[in-house]
Ligand binder design. Sequence first.
Ligand SMILES: NC(=O)c1ccc[n+]([C@@H]2O[C@H](COP(=O)([O-])OP(=O)(O)OC[C@H]3O[C@@H](n4cnc5c(N)ncnc54)[C@H](OP(=O)(O)O)[C@@H]3O)[C@@H](O)[C@H]2O)c1
Length: 246
Amino acid sequence: MRIQGAVALVTGANRGLGRAFASALLDSGARTVYAGVRDPSSVTDPRLFPVRLDVTDPGQVAAAAAQCGDVGILINNAGAMRASPFIGAPTTDGARNEMEVNYFGMLSLCREFAPVLERNGGGAIVNMLSAASWVTPTATGSYAASKAAAWSLTNGVRVELHSQGTLVIAVHAGFIDTEMAARVHVAKLDPDDVARLTMAAIESGTEEVLADDETRAIKAALPTALETLYPPIQAHWDERHPRRSS
Ligand SMILES: NC(=O)c1ccc[n+]([C@@H]2O[C@H](COP(=O)([O-])OP(=O)(O)OC[C@H]3O[C@@H](n4cnc5c(N)ncnc54)[C@H](OP(=O)(O)O)[C@@H]3O)[C@@H](O)[C@H]2O)c1
């Protein structure tokens, strides 16, 4: 679909990748970009229209859909990463929060905005996923589970909304240079590059964006994941958590 003249809503548009998505939409000619954020005062770009939106609050999601009835592009970008392994985390609070934001938040946005998009001619939904949709880096295990759930949701929503002409795009990426990945010291993607690839996918009608070589390699390795992807993950984990002698 064409971005020129379109109206978009980006969740979590106040910082990180969400801010890059919002700028890229405007640079591509979007007419209006709503910034769906928990704290409207955190939106510093005067070109954006802040909308109070905690994606875990069903009332706020419904209100946003009512307020932003002209939206043709929904970018589900808001995300939480609580660095919680499945067993090693002290409680399951982090895992629940990640599911609430990354899965249930995305689900309620898709549900509330599906009729809005239909009324506006079909439009597009972009769901920000991760290479972790397909592999479980153990230190962030429950985050990976929430992204796997969100990937499944994305595939189902695409099928359900096909007949109303809604393009549903999954964006998968490795580490991106934002606050979420601040503690990781490896090469990271520039958020503007991920946003540019995503704009191109919207324009060309491409349903999946694989933003980097590592993500492409992980997807390609899925049939042999246990033999290829997990031995290095296990070695890395064992190095940091040596076996206690009895
Ligand atoms: N960074 C990476 O390495 C990486 C890699 C692959 C995929 N991703 C995904 O990319 C997306 C953007 O992440 P990022 O890297 O930009 O992370 P970030 O810098 O931590 O930003 C997260 C954004 O999500 C918002 N958010 C969190 N919980 C929310 C809620 N309940 N309601 C509304 N907004 C909420 C935050 O708003 P506040 O300012 O209010 O906290 C912030 O705008 C996420 O879906 C993430 O999982 C990131």
